[in-house]
Design a protein around this ligand. Structure first.
Ligand SMILES: Cc1ncc(C[n+]2csc(CCOP(=O)(O)OP(=O)(O)O)c2C)c(N)n1
Length: 936
């Protein structure tokens, strides 16, 4: 007898069906009818018979079954150190007022699933169910909302079909692997006592689980596995999953000062060994496995890994939308049990998992749960019941598993993989083990966890436990166990004995690019070609209704390129044309960010919405000239995870132009970890070559402290050697050229590009350019004052400024009469345009002073970076002055009126010549404040 037709065990539902069947046998499906026809009357609990006790018992039994499936994990023996599980009253028949004998009187069919068929009665079936749900695995999936998934998970758990075969051959192979993992740590402990290695011991099964996942993935045609993990167990994973040679790892422990490590000329600094990344090609399967380098900042690597996996699975070689195939790529994230609930970037990354443009068709998560974080306990670290609690909200199935049970661990790994391939969604394994040493091997854990560490000291390793079990079952001999140990010790000893640390140590040095490549890049696009592109961008499919308010701008845009010498190309047209030309060059583009489709300032409209029916149309995907894919997505509201994601995407596919745009540049500090730990230092630490573009609206327009500054000072502080380009350009043509330059340098000279972009200037004619400037020009790091050049010998003051404030100064009423003043725009802040600026300075023979004028406070903006460089550049005979707001902890004033006052005074001060060469720098807001006081 089977209850399969009832799909799930719910006694109320069974009874209702049975009543329906009795009233009308044809009202239930065929399978159910067959079941009820053979049911003995005493089996059928109905409300019509006796005192109703049968019904109560059946309902109670069904509830018990339901509870075991739902809450059985609370009674699972997950802790290798033997801490009893919390349990739950609902798992006992007593909670429902029934006994074991009551259950024995009920049919096994009541339990459903595989045990209904293999058990004599409900009691037997429930005992089997208990062995599944309350064993060393805790299946925790009741929160999954999709019934089909839940049903699959139930069947997968209860059928045991993912349990590995435990025949002598595969058992010995597994013991061999576990021995290799165990011996590696013991060898390092013996050879380098007390040296930090963040041993895997206590969570050794992590490696065989990764083996299982990789084998499954490779068999299904996956091409890239991208793994992210923190320090714990990383060396072991590097050695045994990424096949990093023992010699290299041992050489890193020796830490030689090899010739190649001292490469300050390329800005090389390197990193500690347990942060390093590695890649390997897995033989036969033609699959690449990468372990992404990561900083100490726990979990920060998550979005990077997911972004890499997304890129690896995305084909972008043809016009239109790129095509993502999740079967080709698999991200695996290994988390810490305290970091997973604690670090916000975990939730931010999980939130990407189902979004168009971001999802990976499922990320596999493993929490390496050693029940401690440094010295902190679970009770001090998370408010959820399990370390994995956060995943429940995202409806991710969870399997908790005892790390001392190898078969259960492998089952969890296999199940996770199958689920991911079937449903294309995230899965989480909570691998519960322990930590044999302190936070690191030099740390004394008994100071804070004396009882736990007493237990650990006498707790056998998983290798010992597994070997004992296999010997007891006659699957391997004791001699074979010892033989395996010897074999792996010998491999390490041999590598160690023949070690030549200086030679065996290989640092992943960043590539040196010949100087000047960027400056020589030709970025102009002929006007005819621009016209073609513009026509394509301005056409819409027949019948498509563009919003009425957009039409005027589009009409202007259509005629924009008619006259090559007319200053009509605005900012967004320049961007559109730059992107179109890049696509026509065959370079794919991914543009994401906060409301990028329309543009924060309603200027882009890269995705048109039919005003009549909401249909969407993306000209950059449809233009016939495109030879590569274009994608654009409004990013979810996080900076850290989305920029991390784009950084990863860019690393994996460096030949694509990857751009992220902030709502306002101010919010960029929400991604400070990704910027500092990956974007700006990844090259010096790990030899990475990112080329991500960040568009950060910047400029003082009276919108207050949090809508003014993209914090250029933070990028300038991190700028060194050859790690980034920071520009603050002031014309549409400059923006056009800098975007194209970035695309054309992706292979030759990749560097992150940070563009401080305008806000009000998006619509300001002052930034408009001539089509000819797009065709003939190239990006200029400095724009000299063309008017002042005509009267160069009269100029005594050179005002250097960058970005929007230059427009304020250049358009100031006093400029026309200030023949002694030249205003030069510094369009590229980093690399410092030394040569171009020297030429400007040299062009004014009567120059007495150079002023750095900025709208940011003195301790922000470019000043503190520029000061020593300009000092050196202008020499002793000229004075260097500062005009700008006074030092302040806040970027700007909160009042629009006060801002306007300051801004006006600031531009005006550019033309007030100092007579006393020794007078202090002008600090604007003091002046403005006294001005304001005098007026009122
Ligand atoms: C963002 C961040 N904050 C603080 C630390 C310092 N730290 C290093 S390891 C650690 C404990 C992490 O615990 P858990 O996530 O359980 O990993 P485990 O070290 O136990 O493997 C802490 C707080 C860090 N590395 N990263």
């Amino acid at each position: 007898m089977t209850l399969d037709g009832f799909s799930g065990i719910n006694a109320g539902y069974v009874l209702e069906l049975y009543d329906r069947f009795r009233a009308d046998p044809l009202s239930v499906d065929e399978k159910t009818r067959a079941l009820f026809e053979t049911w003995r009357p005493t089996d059928a609990p109905t409300t019509e018979r006796g005192d109703g006790r049968d019904v109560e018992v059946a309902v109670a039994a069904a509830k018990l079954v339901e509870s075991i499936r739902r809450y059985g994990h609370l009674a699972a023996t997950l802790d290798p150190l033997g801490e009893p599980p919390p349990g739950d009253p609902s798992l006992s028949p007593r909670a429902y007022g029934i006994t074991d004998d009551d259950l024995k009187a009920l049919p096994a069919a009541l339990v459903g699933g595989v045990f209904a068929e293999t058990s004599g009665n409900a009691f037997e079936a429930i005992e089997k169910l208990r062995r599944v749900y309350c064993s060393s695995t805790g299946f925790d999936y009741a929160h999954v909302f999709v019934p089909e998934e839940r049903e699959w998970l139930r069947a997968a758990a209860e059928s045991g079909r993912f349990l590995p075969p435990m025949d002598p051959e595969s058992s010995e192979a597994l013991l061999d692997r576990i021995t290799q993992i165990d011996v590696f740590e013991r060898f390092l402990q013996k050879t380098f006592p007390g040296k930090t290695r963040f041993s895997i011991e206590g969570l050794d099964m992590l490696v065989p689980m990764l083996d299982e996942i990789m084998a499954g993935a490779s068999g299904m045609g996956t091409r890239h596995i991208v793994v992210g993990m923190a320090h714990r167990g990383r060396l072991n994973v590097l050695a045994h999953v990424l096949n990093k040679p023992y010699a290299q790892i041992l050489a890193e422990f020796k830490d030689p000062i090899a010739q190649q490590t001292l490469r300050l000329d390329v800005g090389w600094m390197g990193d500690v060994k347990y942060h390093a990344g590695a890649s390997t090609a897995v033989p036969r399967g033609q699959m690449f496995v990468s372990l992404v380098p990561n900083p100490s900042h726990l979990e920060a690597v998550n979005p990077v890994v997911v972004g890499m996996a997304r890129a690896a699975g995305t084909a972008a070689g043809a016009r239109g939308e790129p095509h993502f195939d999740g079967a080709r790529t698999l991200p695996v994230l290994i988390h810490g049990d305290m970091a997973f609930p604690g670090q916000g970037i975990v939730a931010e990354t999980l939130n990407l998992s189902r979004l168009a443009g971001y999802h990976t068709d499922g990320t596999l998560h493993i929490i390496a749960n050693n029940q401690l974080g440094f010295t902190a306990t679970p009770g001090e670290s998370y408010s959820t019941s399990y370390a994995s609690g956060l995943a429940r909200g995202f409806k991710i199935p969870i399997v908790h598993v005892n790390a001392d049970d190898p078969a259960a661990c492998l089952e969890a790994a296999r199940l996770s993989w199958e689920y991911r391939m079937r449903f294309r969604r995230d899965f989480l394994i909570d691998l519960v083990g322990y930590r044999r040493y302190g936070h690191n091997e030099g740390d004394e854990p008994a100071f804070t966890q004396p009882e736990m560490y007493q237990k650990i000291a006498s707790h056998p390793t998983v290798r010992e436990l597994f070997a004992r079990m296999l010997v007891a079952h006659g699957m391997v001999t004791e001699g074979a166990v010892v033989g395996l140990e010897k074999k792996h010790f010998l491999a390490l000893e041999t590598a160690y004995r023949s070690l030549k640390p200086e030679e065996d140590f290989v640092a992943p040095l960043p590539q040196q690019v010949p100087a000047g490549v960027a400056g020589l890049t030709k970025t102009g696009v002929a006007v005819d070609r621009l016209r073609d592109l513009n026509d394509a961008l301005m056409s819409v499919p027949p019948g498509f209704t563009v919003h009425r308010k957009l039409e005027r701008g589009r009409e202007r845009r259509k005629a924009m390129l008619a006259n090559a010498n007319e200053r009509v190309v605005d900012w967004s047209a320049a961007e559109d044309l730059a992107l179109a030309s890049v696509l026509a060059d065959g370079i794919p583009i991914r543009l994401t960010g906060e409301d990028v489709e329309r543009g924060t300032f309603s200027h882009r409209h890269a995705v048109l919405h039919d005003a009549a029916n909401g249909d969407q149309y993306v000209p950059l995907q449809s233009m016939p000239q495109a030879r590569a894919a274009f994608e654009i997505h409004n990013s979810p509201l996080t900076e850290n995870a989305t920029i991390g994601f784009e950084f990863g995407y860019n690393l994996q596919e460096p030949g694509r132009l990857v751009i992220w745009e902030a709502q306002y540049g101010d919010f960029i500090n929400g991604a400070q970890v990704i910027l500092d730990q990956f974007l700006t230092s990844g090259r010096a630490k790990w030899g990475l070559r990112p080329s991500l573009v960040l568009l950060l609206p910047h400029g003082y327009e009276g919108q207050g402290p949090e809508h003014s500054s993209a914090r250029p000072e933070r990028f300038l502080q991190a700028a060194a050697d050859i790690n980034l380009r920071l520009v603050n350009c002031t014309t549409a043509a400059q923006y056009f050229h800098v975007l194209r330059r970035q695309a054309l340098l992706l292979e030759k000279d990749p560097l992150p590009l940070i563009v401080l972009t305008p806000k009000s200037l998006l619509r300001h004619q002052a930034v408009w350019s001539m089509p000819r400037e797009l065709a003939e020009g190239r990006f200029l790091s400095v724009i000299d004052d063309a008017d002042a050049r005509q009267r160069a010998s009269a100029v005594t003051r050179l005002v250097l400024c960058s970005g929007k404030v230059s427009v304020d100064v250049l358009s100031h009423e006093r400029r026309a009469s200030a023949s002694e003043v030249a205003v030069c725009r510094v369009e590229q802040l980093y690399p410092f345009p030394k040569v171009a600026l020297s030429e400007v300075v040299a062009g004014y023979p009567s120059l007495r002073e150079v002023v750095w004028l900025q709208e940011e406070p003195e301790n922000m903006g470019g000043w503190e970076f520029m000061r020593p460089r300009l000092d050196e550049l202008i020499g002793d005979t000229r004075t260097l002055r500062y005009i700008g707001r006074a030092r302040n902890s806040s970027p700007s004033e909160g009042s629009l009126a006060w801002h306007q006052l300051n801004q006006k005074a600031l531009a005006s001060l550019a033309f007030e010549l100092e007579t006393d060469a020794s007078s202090p720098s002008v600090v604007l807001s003091k002046a403005a404040r006294s001005y304001a006081t005098a007026k009122h």
